[in-house]
Every structure is written in structure tokens, then in C-alpha cells.
Write a protein that binds this ligand. Structure first.
Ligand SMILES: [Zn+2]
Ligand SMILES: [Zn+2]
Length: 181
């Protein structure tokens, strides 16, 4: 299994493999260590090993989604429609529709056989290479919204803190000028 996460030390996204025994991972770009929580794996009712929490931020809320490669999906459709347009230009309706049909089928097959991944609502880390389990939940807009609001509030609080610090600094400067005069 592997985790794709945002490294706060170098501000970049990195993907690192890990095992059930891993206690931490190191960023592939800047080598900064990211510690894991005590335990992050569990077993579901069928005995599958499941990821119980995000190893990066420790949040228990993860969602399950298809690992859809948008660029690949669009390329397949674009190629199909180009070829069918050529067939259409040659007044060959049979091939025009057959090509469209085949390419739509290929897209569908890609979708069906696509692997799943788990994503953390809180820090957006992605986890791949897990056993599938019926216990994993699909995306839930309410949970997403909850974390989104939390992030907005944190950002606002951070801005206020910076502003207060700056003000305090200005105040101190004023005081020292007065004391000097
Ligand atoms: Zn890094
Ligand atoms: Zn997380």
C-alpha cells in the first residue's frame, strides 16, 4: 500500500509506500519524516484488513472512490470521436457508429476495472493498494462540508493571529521610539 500526502515541510505532494508495521514515512522530496498514529489498521467483519484512520492526520473519516484517470478517459473519448468523424466524412455511417460504440465500451471497461482508493476528508491524503471492504463509505458531501468549514475557520484564525502579532510588533516599535525620545 502507499500514501499520497501533502508534505508541510517542502509544500509538495509526495507518494510513499508503507506496510502494516510502518511507524512513519519520509517525504521523497525533502526527506522530512511524517509520524504515523499508534494504530491505523483494523479488521472488518469479513476479516479483511482495513485502514481505520488516516495515517497522516489521524482522522477516522475516509471515503472510498474510483481512481479515475480523467486524462485517460478524455483521451479515449477524443480519439473515438475523431475516428468516427473521419468515418462520417467518408459517408460511412456503419463505421461512424461502430467506432463511437467501441470507444464508449472501452471507457466503460476502464471504469469498471479501475481500482479504488481511499481519501481523507480532513487532509486529502490518498491511500492505494488496500483490500476492498464493504465497510468503506462513499463520498459524503456533509462530512466534506464540515471539514471545509473547519479549514476556512482555521485559515481565518491564522490570519487574525498574524495581524495581531503584527499590531503588537508595531505597538512595541512605537513604545521603544517613545522611550528613546
Ligand atoms: Zn517534503
Ligand atoms: Zn488525513
Amino acid at each position: 500500500m502507499n500514501v499520497t500526502y501533502f508534505c508541510k515541510t517542502c509544500d509538495k505532494v509526495t507518494r510513499v509506500p508503507f506496510t502494516a508495521d510502518s511507524r512513519a514515512v519520509s517525504c521523497t522530496r525533502c526527506a522530512a519524516t511524517q509520524a504515523f498514529p499508534e494504530s491505523f489498521l483494523d479488521e472488518d467483519e469479513e476479516g479483511n484488513c482495513i485502514l481505520e484512520r488516516c495515517t497522516i492526520c489521524g482522522s477516522h473519516e475516509l471515503y472510498h472512490r474510483k481512481q479515475f484517470n480523467q486524462r485517460l478517459g478524455i483521451s479515449i473519448i477524443a480519439l473515438g470521436s475523431t475516428l468516427s468523424t473521419i468515418a462520417y466524412a467518408y459517408h460511412n455511417l456503419f463505421w461512424t457508429f461502430l467506432i463511437l460504440f467501441i470507444f464508449a465500451g472501452i471507457d466503460l471497461l476502464f471504469y469498471i476495472f479501475m481500482k479504488n482508493l481511499l481519501q481523507c476528508y480532513k487532509c486529502n491524503s490518498e491511500f492505494r493498494g488496500f483490500d476492498d471492504s464493504p465497510e468503506y463509505q462513499p463520498f459524503n458531501l456533509e462530512v466534506h462540508e464540515k471539514y471545509h468549514q473547519q479549514r476556512v475557520r482555521l485559515e481565518r484564525a491564522e490570519k487574525e493571529r498574524q495581524w495581531l502579532e503584527q499590531e503588537a510588533g508595531n505597538q512595541a516599535d512605537d513604545d521603544s521610539t517613545k522611550a528613546g525620545a
